[in-house]
Design a protein around this ligand. Structure first.
Ligand SMILES: Cc1cn([C@H]2C[C@H](O)[C@@H](COP(=O)(O)OP(=O)(O)O[C@H]3O[C@H](C)C(=O)[C@H](O)[C@H]3O)O2)c(=O)[nH]c1=O
Length: 194
């Protein structure tokens, strides 16, 4: 089981002359990798333009969310940022390219902000959350915060952002409600789900 709180996994695909089949979620198989969550909501978004950037988002307690993210169509660069008080990797980020063709998934636990930028037009993202949408607890950190320094792969014209994401606050001065669990953020490997 990985000691990394954020995990990149790739469920096994069974190909044949019709195409392929994958178990995109299996409680027991994913638990064996340390992904133990009772998910209560499925989300699905489509972003028309390359460079659509959604993030960096999280929900505050008592509605904080863990997320299991995958790309259904196209390609995205998916990012998680450590927001846990006292973490030696506070404000550090990891990112991975998730593709519809590869079926990679990123697990983002409670205590991390999440965001992605699209690398192809019409990219579609589906993700499970461990808590339901709670608008009053919806929060974020600005995507381009220099103290985080996410290296977003952006098109020449820059990102396409929602009005909300154009005015997210900086990390400095953020009073995080999230506790550190003793597991520092580490570079992502990739675990194959058998
Ligand atoms: C997240 C959410 C949104 N909505 C409604 C609220 C708005 O009317 C509309 C778009 O919401 P928003 O602009 O917050 O959507 P995104 O910018 O894609 O936000 C998400 O993007 C990043 C990547 C995340 O990780 C979060 O899950 C989430 O914040 O959907 C709902 O009805 N339920 C929901 O769970």
């Amino acid at each position: 089981m990985s000691s990394n709180p954020v995990q990149l996994i790739r469920p096994r695909r069974f190909g044949d002359d019709r195409g392929w089949f994958v178990e995109s979620w299996n409680r027991d198989r994913f638990a064996a990798l340390g992904i133990r969550c009772e998910f209560v909501q499925d989300n699905h978004s489509m972003s028309a333009a390359v460079g659509t950037l959604r993030g960096l988002h999280f929900q505050r307690p008592p509605h904080a969310q863990a997320k299991l993210v995958r790309c259904l169509r196209g390609r995205i660069f998916d990012v998680a940022v450590d927001l846990r008080k006292g973490s030696p990797t506070y404000g550090h980020w990891v990112g991975a390219t998730l593709t519809g063709e590869g079926g990679e998934q990123l697990f983002v636990p409670v205590g991390f902000a999440h965001g992605f930028v699209t690398l192809e037009p019409g990219s579609e993202v589906a993700y499970k959350t461990s808590a339901a949408y709670a608008p009053d607890c919806d929060a974020g950190i600005r995507w381009d915060d220099p103290t985080i320094g996410v290296e977003w792969p952006l098109p020449a014209h820059g990102p396409t952002l929602s009005a909300k994401d154009q005015r997210q606050p900086a990390l400095a001065g953020f009073d995080t409600p999230f506790a550190y669990d003793g597991r520092p953020l580490q570079p992502l490997g990739e675990a194959l789900v058998p």
